[in-house]
Design a protein around this ligand. Structure first.
Ligand SMILES: NC(=O)C1=CN([C@@H]2O[C@H](COP(=O)(O)OP(=O)(O)OC[C@H]3O[C@@H](n4cnc5c(N)ncnc54)[C@H](OP(=O)(O)O)[C@@H]3O)[C@@H](O)[C@H]2O)C=CC1
Ligand SMILES: CC(C)CCC[C@@H](C)[C@H]1CC=C2C3=C(CC[C@@]21C)[C@@]1(C)CC[C@H](O)C(C)(C)[C@@H]1CC3
Length: 631
């Protein structure tokens, strides 16, 4: 069986078959062998492209063009496999039967795709104790849809990078995979098959296969410094927030003035402050569950399911503003927030610890397919920190989505506003300073925009890939409201006059950053939701073996993370109004560079894993990560 037409689609120059001789190894370049699909016990026909003596890994190419690196033990000679007559038994799952008939574009040819890989799934004659092994030793397998196959076949050997075709007839090729994502997850397609391949996999229960697909692969490397790193972050993050809060309260918050004075222990705790935080969160819960605003669909999960989210964040923000204004009108003294900043932060921290403990405990009962990839290391500290469950919900109440978008984010604006009032009181001003107005307005715009485009968060890393644990719970409830407000806090007692040209330059910078941030995020969100969107028809894309494509022109053709670039420009505009006397108001800028550089590298590894050589192709085409020609 030779490689099919599109087999070379994703092959990179480095792995092209060349004339140089392979070193003396078990399998030679060009050999057709059986390669194990990572994490499963399924073997597919692959062609050996290359052997790397240093890493002892073979680069092999599957029939859909997906290239992977495999260890020798994951490769078998084709002779060791039995071809069994193909079972004619139809799927027992009605869902599966439905999904088969749903697509008019289904190709009848079993063809050369990773879906065909499933169709042609061949297992070892005696797979290693499957049911045990599968849970532990598994990997998310996404299969190329038949539609994609057809598209690829139509394209023949056309250039890898293609202009998205918006002809109605072809639309299905791009939109279907997104809509019917469920079909591309590890799903055996018993009725397909190329006759050569049949499969012991047929004996596997679909449920088992799904669980196998869902469990975290042992090969997923643990980020954040792994298990030891988790202990470090669990201690460091709260200590760092405490340090910043104490530091910003110092009369001279310069680095030379270290350490900040340690307050008496009893001043850390205030029951009233805890009461306010609880009330605020409950108020946000109430607004979230009100049947106001639209229900948006999240991206397809590995199970194929699409969760619904109540996206009424902007409404929640407006109601919160009205409620706060009414409270101030009634004589509520918001300067309390400034004078009890430490106690409010400690209370929020306690709530985040309680929430993370609850999340960790309940994740023990979650089905494997509900866990985030890489979230289950088996180490308590790491799993507690990173979070195991992808979308923990209490009925329809989505805890991660709620925490990320509501109490902390809207709380950030409330605190900023309170700090502006405190500045006026402290400095005897009739209106907040220009610097304070800029910081308040800029950050208000950022939050309001996030809530206005709330649906877009459903295609971000946090919502799609990360588990919900201490890192995000603490990040959402403590980190955001108590460290993102440091610039406003800093300005309360440190007047920083701004000249009109400086004002104009800072506003321009903010608007440029905002434009890049919003346009790029919206472009990706629109594309992920509907790849056939006519408004995106001018964009070039790279197809991938998962059935999803990657944007390679437009904003995502400038750098690999244009949204980070816009975000960083905005961050700069938030720090500039505070001047250059101290490092403290620049803390956000420094932290944000570190966060986004790390996030970018996490995302790169994740996309490399998901998209294989298509991702490499993208990286070759779009060379810079965040800043054009610089980084
Ligand atoms: N203020 C703050 O504290 C923070 C703000 N942010 C902001 O939040 C926003 C979301 O950031 P984040 O979730 O980190 O990352 P992104 O929104 O950039 O999401 C990354 C994902 O986008 C998809 N993608 C990547 N490249 C392409 C491409 N070329 N074409 C199509 N899809 C692509 C991939 O997912 P897939 O292919 O699976 O769809 C990838 O995993 C950003 O604007 C960021 O600046 C983030 C962190 C903190
Ligand atoms: C504690 C850790 C060191 C870091 C925690 C990181 C979190 C604070 C951030 C991770 C991603 C975030 C996003 C936003 C806020 C900060 C966190 C939670 C975001 C909601 C801000 C508003 C934007 O418009 C957005 C694009 C919706 C952001 C999404 C990511």
């Amino acid at each position: 069986m030779g490689l099919c037409g599109q087999a070379g689609r994703h092959s990179s120059a480095g792995t092209e078959l060349g004339s140089t001789k392979m070193p003396t190894v078990k399998y030679q370049r060009g050999d057709m062998v059986m390669g194990r699909w990572p994490g499963s016990s399924l073997y597919y026909e692959v062609k050996v492209l290359h052997f790397d003596a240093k890493s002892q890994l073979y680069t092999v190419i599957y029939k859909d063009g997906t290239e992977l690196e495999l260890k020798e033990q994951d490769i078998k000679s084709a002779a060791g496999f039995q071809s069994r007559p193909r079972s004619r038994s139809r799927s027992r799952s009605p869902g599966r039967r439905r999904s088969r008939s749903r697509s008019p574009a289904r190709t009848t040819r079993p063809s050369c795709t990773a879906a065909a890989v499933a169709a042609a799934a061949i297992t070892e004659s005696t797979p290693p104790s499957r049911s045990d092994a599968k849970l532990k030793d598994s990997f998310e397998v996404r299969l190329i849809p038949p539609e994609q196959t057809k598209a690829s076949e139509n394209n023949g050997n056309k250039k890898h990078e293609k202009k998205e075709d918006n002809e109605p007839a072809n639309k299905v090729n791009e939109s279907e995979p997104e809509k019917n994502q469920s079909r591309y997850n590890l799903r055996r397609r018993k009725d397909d098959g190329d006759g050569k391949a049949e499969v012991k996999a047929e004996q596997l229960e679909e449920k088992e296969a799904k669980m196998a697909a869902a469990a975290a692969p042992p090969s997923v490397s643990l980020d954040f410094g792994g298990k030891l790193g988790a202990y470090f972050w669990l201690l460091f993050l709260p200590a760092w927030v405490l340090f910043l809060v104490l530091k910003v309260n110092q009369e001279d918050p310069s680095l030379a003035n270290f350490p900040p004075p340690w307050p008496p222990l009893e001043s850390f705790w205030d029951a009233k402050a805890l009461g306010f935080v609880v009330l605020w969160i409950l108020f946000q819960v109430l607004l979230y569950i009100l049947p106001v605003g639209k229900l948006s669909e999240g991206m397809p999960l590995r199970s194929g399911e699409r969760l619904k989210y109540r996206t009424n964040g902007f409404f929640a923000m407006v109601v919160s503003c009205v409620a706060v204004a009414a409270a101030v009108q009634q004589g509520a003294d918001l300067t309390y927030i400034h004078s009890h900043f430490l106690q409010l932060a400690v209370s929020s921290f306690l709530i985040s610890v309680l929430l993370s403990s609850y999340l960790y405990l309940r994740s023990g009962r979650a089905a494997a397919e509900q866990l985030a990839l890489g979230g289950s290391s088996g180490n308590v500290a790491y799993d507690f920190f990173k979070g195991r469950e992808l979308n923990p919900r209490i009925k329809y109440f989505d805890l991660k989505f709620f925490c990320e978008m509501r109490p902390g984010l809207i709380g950030w604006c409330l605190i900023n506003f309170a700090l502006a009032l405190t500045e006026m009181k402290r400095q005897g001003l009739e209106a907040p300073s220009h610097a304070m107005i800029l910081v308040n307005l800029f950050q208000l715009l950022y939050v309001a925009d996030g809530l206005w485009n709330e649906e877009a968060i459903l295609t971000t890393m946090d919502l799609m890939h990360d588990g919900f644990g201490f890192m995000l719970a603490f990040g959402d409830l403590v980190w955001v409201p108590f460290t993102y407000t440091l610039q406003a806090y800093y300005l309360v007692s440190r007047p920083t006059p701004l000249s009109p040209p400086a004002l104009a330059a800072i506003v321009t910078l903010k608007l440029v950053g905002f434009y890049i941030f919003r346009k790029s995020n919206s472009e990706k969100n629109a594309f992920r939701r509907n790849p056939s969107d006519p408004q995106l028809s001018h964009l070039k894309t790279i197809p991938t073996a998962t059935g999803r494509s990657l944007l390679v022109s437009g904003w995502w053709g400038v750098v690999r993370h244009p949204n980070y670039l816009g975000d960083l420009l905005m961050a700069l505009a938030w720090s500039l109004p505070c001047g250059f006397s101290h490092l403290l108001p620049w803390y956000y800028m420094i932290y944000f560079i570190i966060l986004l550089v790390h996030r970018d590298s996490r995302d790169m590894s994740e996309c490399r894993r998901k998209y294989g050589s298509a991702w490499d192709e993208y990286c070759r085409t779009v060379r810079y990560r965040i800043i054009p020609r610089v980084y």
